[in-house]
Design a protein around this ligand. Sequence first.
Ligand code: PSU
Ligand code: MN
Length: 303
Amino acid sequence: MTIPLHFCDEVKAARDNGKPIVALESTIITHGMPYPQNVETARKVEACVRDCGAVPATIAVIEGRLHIGLEAAALNRLGQADNVAKLSRADMAACLAAGKTGATTVAATMIAAHLAGIQTFATGGIGGVHRGAETSFDVSADLYELAQTPVTVVAAGVKAILDIPKTLEMLETLGVPVITHAQDDFPAFWSRSCGLPGPLRMDDPAEIAQAQVLRGQLGLPGGQLVANPVPAESEIPRQEMEPIIRQALADAQAEQVNAKAVTPFLLQRIFEITEGRSLRTNIALVLNNARLAAAIAHAFCRL
Ligand code: PSU
Ligand code: MN
């Protein structure tokens, strides 16, 4: 048996020619944004990576095949499909075995990217330790993936719906380097700062790539989280976001939302409460992350 891997032509050519490649996830398309903005954003992010001289590889499982790079028609179908599974480390192999379709989270995208030899990955915000995790035990598999799979993930920090101090503690325990790009404060997704400094700071994409390579040379498994603050003109300040997040969390509790449904529910609820403003910020930060990821991918190629 071999892994049912499918490379799109553009990614195949990039691999053959040693061009920089940036992996992109698909859960943000199926569970993170409403249609049609999800498909429009996915296209814009891919275009942005190309404008930066790199090749985008959007990753998803389609009818039992692990796609590295999605053709336009496949992306369009995925963005409109109902009941697409949200795949993490636990369920990717089962989805492939059953011949089903599923969107990859940060954890599953890292696994696929590494398999395909891609070292850089851009997304919106990774999963982490949920507020109230001391009773719910809801901690995203994304954190454990960063501890074991050597991919550098560029995100706008962790989603502010989470318990950010606990998430940073957990990343430290797991030995994951958390590198804030070009500022000291750790970002909070829609906001440029969570009010706490980040553990590490780097301003140069080349240094970020070198740190990942040196990690491997030291015999340390795992990747790096690069926290890239949303551009100032698109941010929603923390003081404005916090009451909105609390409202969304209260609604989730009242409706007894749990497990994999929590993050998609909160993002949708915050989109409604902010009348679409949170989505505009989300789109701006993903594009910003794609640009930095492309610069890091170029640096990996030069090493
Ligand atoms: N970033 C976004 N929107 C999203 C996600 C990330 O801007 O929807 C997804 C990612 O796929 C991430 C997942 O891995 O949310 C985390 O889900 P959970 O909290 O259930 O682990
Ligand atoms: Mn969870």
